[in-house]
Design a protein around this ligand. Structure first.
Ligand code: B12
Length: 281
């Protein structure tokens, strides 16, 4: 890896990894070459980018401390605010660089996602993206089958949080790492894709490889709760009755209407339109 890329990666890792995130460098060209022009990132091919994902540890290492020490904006998902906060720390750690961040939930007014997070995770070598085209003579006929990424150490127990783009930083010689193919058999890929599409609420697709770590019961309860009720679950909703948090470790957290988030971050913290349904990753 070119020395400046190694240095940048180290700096971003030092900022994010202690909080349960992982980062993987990639070139914009690797992403664009798989996609039709409508999905291209409008940057030169050799532009350096980083894929950011959250591991199971993010819940304890980033979300809980964030909820204890920050005022939440009432209209935005707490995990999204927490991730935004940490990505702002990346920006602050590299003030001399031009940087653009695209979060997984950002969409254009026509609802097209601004980044195809799974394609980015695959080209960055972070997690293999299994799609129906990876199953020979697939059995699904005309049904729509969405693809799913599997991480070699966390299986499906992770979420892709976004990409950090460094316009102006080019890295033509970045070595490319393939994501490990950890679900090589046709039968296992069918089970995986059916689990992801038809039974994702039972969490089983996430065990497509035996993970090093899964989400805790507490984290599963949080992500199984519809977004609108999550603040109540944490004891943060403004109800007439006393809130009853299921996580008593947050008794002092308050919900304020005033945002503590600088306006520079608001545009992507508050996308104009959210995806149709937004169950938590
Ligand atoms: C819209 C959306 C949904 C919609 C529609 C799902 C769909 N994929 O059709 C709904 C609301 C149903 C949904 C549900 C869920 N989702 Co969802 N969703 C998204 C979102 C925001 C965009 C996906 C999308 O529309 N892609 C557009 C299509 C066209 O892309 P595509 O199918 O990949 O096609 C491209 C590739 O094939 C590429 N391509 C072509 N050839 C090749 C070759 C190679 C090698 C590669 C790599 C690519 C490639 O070209 C195509 C485009 O032309 C993503 C986040 C994001 N920003 O990406 C999360 C995301 C896919 N969802 C996720 C999850 C976890 C879920 C749920 C389990 C709920 C949950 N959050 O717990 C369920 C699963 C049920 C299901 N049926 O999908 C995760 C998946 C993580 C993973 N391990 O893969 C994501 C990545 C969010 C995240 N933050 O991690 N989701």
């Amino acid at each position: 890896m070119e020395p400046h890329v190694a240095e940048l990666k180290q700096k971003i890792e030092d900022t994010l990894c202690p909080f349960g995130f992982e980062v993987y460098p990639f070139q914009v060209a690797w992403y664009n070459e798989l996609l039709p022009p409508a999905f291209h990132l409008p940057l030169p091919g050799p532009t350096l980018a980083f894929l950011v994902l959250s591991t199971p540890a993010m819940f304890d290492q980033a979300l809980k401390p964030f909820l204890q020490s920050h005022h939440l904006q009432s209209l935005t998902d707490p995990v999204d605010q927490c991730v935004a906060y940490h990505l702002r720390r990346v920006r602050q750690s590299l003030p001399e660089l031009q940087m653009e961040v695209i979060a997984d939930y950002e969409v254009y007014p026509n609802r097209r996602p601004k980044i195809l997070a799974q394609t980015a995770a695959h080209v960055a070598g972070a997690a293999y993206y299994y799609q129906r085209q990876d199953v020979e003579a697939d059995p699904w006929g005309t049904q729509h089958i969405a693809g799913v990424c599997i991480h070699p150490r966390f299986g499906g127990w992770f979420a892709i949080r976004g990409v950090v783009l460094l316009p102006g930083t080019e890295t033509p010689d970045l070595p490319r790492k393939k994501p490990p193919d950890c679900v090589p058999s046709r039968a296992a890929r069918i089970t995986l894709l059916e689990g992801f599409n038809f039974h994702w609420r039972d969490w089983t697709y996430r065990d497509a490889v035996t993970p090093q770590e899964r989400y805790s019961e507490e984290q599963k309860t949080y992500f199984s709760t519809p977004p609108a009720q999550r603040l109540a679950l944490l004891g943060l909703a403004q109800t007439k009755e006393e809130p009853s948090p299921i996580f008593p470790e947050f008794p002092f957290t308050t919900l304020t209407k005033k945002s503590q988030i600088p306006s520079s971050a608001r545009s992507w913290l508050s996308p104009s339109i959210s995806p149709p349904v937004s169950p938590g990753p």
